[in-house]
Design a protein around this ligand. Sequence first.
Ligand code: FAD
Length: 323
Amino acid sequence: MSVLVYIEPIKDKIKKAAIESVSYASQVAQLLNTSVTAIAFNASEETIKEISNVGAEKVLNISDSAITTINIKSLAKGVIAAAKEENVNVIIFSFDGSGQSVAPYVASNLKAGLVAGATELPKVEGNKLEVRKNVFSGKASAIYSIESAFKIISVMPNSIEIASNPKSAEVVAFAPSTDLKDGVQLKNFKVNDDVAHGGVPLPDAELVVSGGRGLKGPENWGIVEDLAHALGAATACSRPVADADWRPHHEHVGQTGLAIRPNLYIAIGISGAIQHLAGVNGSKTIVVINNDPEAPFFKNADYGIVGDAFSVVPKLTEAIKKI
Ligand code: FAD
């Protein structure tokens, strides 16, 4: 019996969310008195080093340059083969874009119970794992019991502390007997301009500066970008802002956009509608800047500034630059 953890194929540096999922897997393995195997695709030496530092004892590496992060079925087939061949009964994913796509395929194939978006380590109750996750847009949390033979958990990014647990991982070139092809090939890949120009990708960002309709128009986004730049933060926006084409859709956060959990979320000129909060209320610290003292977002804020964004934000940026 062992715990398997999924590592998405990436060209550059491994994502923090992936390291968190390995650390989570390692802590689950300690609870179950077993070991952690990682299933990785085209993993670099650097990736293997990073994941063995947080507890991976064995890495099954599938080397196939045709498999990229878009090949969801191929990735799922690789995980299923590894689970069957390694006598695994718990599989851990990160609840990020890749994990959210691959885990359901794997769960359906293995007839596994899946809890998506766990925020804590599970409790072991005999043969069952009890897992807590947030529900109803973060207004409540619930505990689910996974009772199937294969058990799958995906971990909400930025929910758990990464614990150092260095191992010298055994790396195995893994060649599953099943054909991994899924009939999809990546023909073109273009990094969005904001990321290409040194911006921080929103899903990975620990600090986020976000703007809403209170900023009046795209021509005023300079104050958001300047603050984000001073902090080394990513930029985000409310849905009406993306719908109006003031900002690109990949920056839209909320119920119908990205769900993020940064350490710091600064909301500028955003009212705090329930659909917006659904994507950001897991943030560790929320700062709200709004000229309406009755804006609902203040109820969810750790810090609030009642004032005109056009006067407050540049002053904040200048103050941060001096630190
Ligand atoms: P507004 O509600 O117009 O708020 C603007 C705020 O700016 C106000 O609070 C105002 O006081 C403040 N302001 C104005 N001028 C200034 C100034 N000079 N300085 C400082 N503050 C100022 N929304 C999302 O964001 N994400 C979603 O995923 C999402 N999904 C949705 C799904 C459904 C099914 C539905 C029905 C709605 C969804 N919405 C979503 C829309 C949501 O209900 C709100 O309409 C939206 O979040 C409001 O955006 P806003 O706060 O930017 O704009």
